[in-house]
Write a new protein. Sequence first.
Length: 132
Amino acid sequence: MSGETESIETDGFREECGVFGIYGHPDAANLAYLGLYALQHRGQEAGGIAAWNGRRIAVEKGMGYVADLFDEARLARLPGKSAVGHVRYSTAGASLLENAQPIVYNTNKGPLAIAHNGNLVNADELRAELEQ
């Protein structure tokens, strides 16, 4: 088995993103914040929350730690009973705000917020399907 697996000492501790969602709670964005705070070990590069108030999706995201990104004023700009949040550990793409999630798309059925852990290798196909 020598050489087949890396030891903990040489491999190191790694995580790949954290995703948290809440549905049907009047304080969804605050609960998403707490969920992301608990998942901060999964990604320290960027964080974001998108909230749905029944009419539109509001999104707030930035580079850095969740506790540094979200204060009461910023969370107040995320009204709604549904929210999805994300903390980023990049495996692909540069460490830029444009790569922070959640991602909001406008479809012919209305807006859609997505947060994922991994790489969407078929993003173009998914977009085309959602736009139909």
